[in-house]
Design a protein around this ligand. Sequence first.
Ligand code: DAK
Length: 257
Amino acid sequence: MEFIKVNPQHEKHIALIELNRPKELNALNRQLMLEIRDALRELDEDDNVRVVILTGGQKVFAAGADIKQMADATAIDMLNIDQFSTWDQIKKTRKPIIAAVSGFALGGGCELAMTCDMIMASETARFGQPEIKIGTMPGAGGTQRLTRAVGKAMAMELVLTGKFISAQEALDAGLINRIVPVELLLDETLKLAREIAKQSPVAIKLAKESVSNAFNSTLDEGLIFERKNFYLTFASQDQKEGMAAFVEKRTPEFKGK
Ligand code: DAK
C-alpha cells in the first residue's frame, strides 16, 4: 500500500485505515481509492475484525478527489475508469466503518466520510462540497447522502456555493456524531469502536444493514426488512448467549456465530 496505512488489529477487533498522502492533503487519487477498496475487502473477510476506523490523521481528512489527476479527463475517461465500483466497495462493507475526521473533509473527502456509518470529528474539522468552484458537481454521493443527512436547505447551499461548514455546524445539522479535541480524536473514536466491537458481530451486521436500508426503502418495506433481520438474529448463538447472560446477570461473550 503506497497511500494508506492499514493495521488490521490496531487493537483487539478494531482495524485502522489511515490515509497517507499528507503533502497533497490526502487528495484521493485513483490508486488511493483502490487501496481503500482492497483493504476494506480484506478487513470485511477477516473474522478478527469487528469495526473499522478510517482516518486521515490529525491535520486533514481528505481535500477531495485528486483534481490534478482528473483535470484533463474526458467524460468517457471518467466512465471507463469506473471509479464508482471502487466507491461501491465502501458501501458494500458489512462491518461498521467509523470516519475520524480532523481538518478538511471536502468534495470526495466529505463523500468518503459520509459513506462511512458514523463520523467522529475534531474541532478543526471542516466539511464541504466545493466541486462547484472548479466547474463541476459532486459525483460520489454529495447531492444524495448530504441531503439525506442535513436536509435540502443546507445541502443546496453547500453544493451550490461550495462553502465549508465547521464541525459545530455539521453537528447541529446532524451530519456527524460528535466533536472532540484534536488530540483525543483517535482515542474517542476507539471508545466508540470498542462499544460496538463488544456486541454480537452477527447482530451488528444485521443491524447495520437494516439502518442502511432505511435510505433505500419505503417505511413499510424497511420495517419488513428490519423484522426479518431481527428474526434472523434468533438463529445465532450470540442471541442465545446475550439473553442467557442477561438472565444470569453476567457479561455476554459474543463469538459472531
Ligand atoms: N487534488 C489535488 N491536489 C490537491 C487537492 C485536490 N483535491 N487539494 C489540495 N491539493 C494539493 C495542492 O495542490 C497543494 O499542492 P502543491 O501546490 O503544494 O503541489 C497541496 O495539496 C496543499 O494545498 P494548498 O496549498 O491549496 O493548501 P491550503 O491550505 O492553502 O488550502 C484547501 C487547502 C483544501 C482549501 C485547498 O487545497 C483546496 O481548495 N483544495 C481543493 C478542494 C476541492 O475542490 N475539492 C473537491 C475536488 S473534486 C467520484 C468520486 C469522487 C469525486 C467525484 C466523482 N466518482 C466515484 C465518480 C470527487 C470529486 C472531488 O472531490
